[in-house]
Design a protein around this ligand. Structure first.
Ligand code: CU
Length: 129
């Protein structure tokens, strides 16, 4: 390869790495702390080929409201399970579905689609003093 080809290949590689980095660091893997309003810890979660954000941080002892906004009709995501809090709900396509529970014990609890393919987790931290 001559110099021009090296530069073009290098630029292409840099672009691919940049895109991969962008997707890796946006939404997935970054834990979001729920926002508290009127004593309720609230987090919106977009459902489209996965959950974003997929990691939620909340505090123990205060009600949690998760608003799932499902932006697809794929059968994979139509059911939502949060077994630790006894939640099993159908998510209507292109609509919001709200689930509420109050965590009482710190720990990390999974939520998944009905097939256990899409996954997220709720980390419950110690109660506010
Ligand atoms: Cu699924």
């Amino acid at each position: 390869m001559d110099t021009t080809q090296w530069i073009v290949s290098g630029a292409g590689l840099a672009l691919i790495l940049g895109i991969a980095f962008f997707f890796f660091t946006s939404s997935k893997g970054v834990a979001m702390s729920a926002t508290t309003a009127n004593g309720i810890q609230t987090q919106h979660i977009v459902v489209k080929g996965g959950y974003s954000p997929s990691k939620i941080n909340v505090h123990s002892g205060e009600p949690v409201r998760l608003v799932f906004e499902r932006h697809e009709t794929s059968p994979c995501s139509e059911e939502l399970l949060i077994p630790a809090f006894g939640i099993k709900r159908d998510l209507a396509p292109h609509a919001k579905t709200t689930v509420e529970f109050t965590p009482t014990k710190p720990g990390t609890y999974e939520f998944t689609c009905g097939m256990n393919m899409l996954r997220g987790s709720i980390t419950v931290e110690a109660a506010h003093q």
